[in-house]
Design a protein around this ligand. Structure first.
Ligand SMILES: CNc1ncnc2c1ncn2[C@@H]1O[C@H](COP(=O)(O)O)[C@@H](O)[C@H]1O
Ligand SMILES: [Zn+2]
Length: 348
């Protein structure tokens, strides 16, 4: 079976995808049309072509945070958010993804409050207007640039919405420009969320900051995102690497995101190899498939090619990902069953 086809057909699990970073050009065009048709405001001046940061682009991680405002201008109403969520879920489904934990940062916009923002995404997940078979869950994001009052407000919303929709709102996470803010300031809010039953994932080690990495690993999040600057070879220290290996915290790995933002020079020298050799759980993810012009099946293919993986090793990555989901065991069993059936059909 052709590798491209294999990676697409393999039932996959996405655990690190930012809604606004995942909007494809097609989705953004549809959103633009919606704003014009609804006569809400003129969004035709949004420069969609500046949204993508592909291979060879000269923008680095810091500059990459500027492009999100383009997507944000297209997700400012409840209808637009429902549409953005449904279309994005559909794209993941068409790419062979059977389970997704989508994440997003609630914003007050000209039209809606943070609560309405979150409720729109929940509505799209629980009662989509289109036929969707993908299982979708929500992780509520806190941006590192937020003021503490806003952080507490978002934690409150996450706790409240988790109480009402425990099967949909499954986690809370910290993201945004890693050069901004101190992790310690977010611990009280994250602790409150955790005590209410939400799982925690943290963007960790996107830039060289060993003290923060240690602080984050000490917090014992259920997963971390990226984990680039943890191994001494990539900007970490012996201490950070040992701490990660001992913690056994699963890492959401975003190959193309790391290469396109130049945190990692090329695919072959990605720390994926060190993580696997250390026996850590690795979950291949897209991060921002719209910004980085990728897809989950492409991430699997790039990984297979860069590290000379067999088809069985590739399928095993998806099985390992299933062990790291925030949902209950019955859902885990369901998706593991799907992957095993695929592997069985492939090998027989
Ligand atoms: C490239 N690496 C990254 N590192 C850290 N945070 C990132 C990110 N990529 C995206 N985000 C976070 O996700 C937001 C967009 O989606 P939402 O508006 O939440 O749906 C960005 O504004 C940023 O806070
Ligand atoms: Zn991310």
């Amino acid at each position: 079976m052709d590798l491209n086809f294999f990676c697409k057909e393999l039932p996959k699990i996405e655990l690190h995808a930012h809604l606004n970073g995942s909007l494809s050009q097609a989705t953004m065009l549809q959103l633009q049309r919606y704003y014009v048709d609804a006569g809400i405001s003129d969004k035709t001046n949004t420069f969609l072509d500046e949204f993508q940061i592909g291979a060879g682009d000269t923008r680095n991680l810091s500059e990459c945070f500027q492009v999100f405002s383009i997507a944000h201008s297209l997700t400012s109403t409840s209808e637009a958010l429902v549409m953005a969520t449904e279309l994005t879920l559909q794209e993941f489904q068409e790419d062979g993804c059977c389970y997704i934990e989508l994440r997003s940062t609630p914003r007050d916009t000209q039209y809606i409050t943070k609560k309405q923002y979150i409720d729109s995404i929940i509505r799209a997940m629980e009662k989509p207007s289109i036929n969707l078979s993908i299982i979708s869950k929500l992780i509520i994001s806190i941006n590192r640039a937020s003021q503490l009052q806003e952080v507490e407000e978002i934690a409150d919303i996450a706790i409240e919405r988790h109480k009402i929709h425990p099967d949909t709102v499954v986690g809370i996470e910290l993201s945004g420009n890693p050069a901004v803010g101190n992790f310690g300031d977010f611990i009280p809010a994250l602790n409150r969320a955790r005590q209410s039953g939400l799982k925690v994932t943290l963007h960790c080690g996107e830039v060289c900051n060993p003290e923060e990495v240690l602080e984050m690993l000490n917090f014992k999040p259920e997963r971390i995102g990226h984990g680039v600057c943890i191994h001494p070879k990539y900007g970490g220290t012996e201490e950070t690497w040992i701490a990660l290996c001992q913690s056994k915290i699963p890492v959401e790995v975003c190959l193309t995101s790391n290469v396109n933002t130049k945190i990692t020079p090329d695919y072959e020298s990605h720390h994926f190899k060190e993580l696997i050799e250390a026996g850590l759980s690795v979950v291949l993810c897209t991060d921002d498939k719209g910004v980085f012009a990728t897809s989950l099946s492409q991430e699997y293919r790039l990984c297979a090619e860069s590290f000379a993986l067999t088809r069985i090793q590739v399928a095993k990555l998806s099985l390992d990902a299933a062990q790291c989901i925030f949902s209950e065991a019955n859902i885990r069993e369901l998706i593991i069953g799907k992957i095993l059936k695929f592997m069985n059909d492939y090998t027989s």
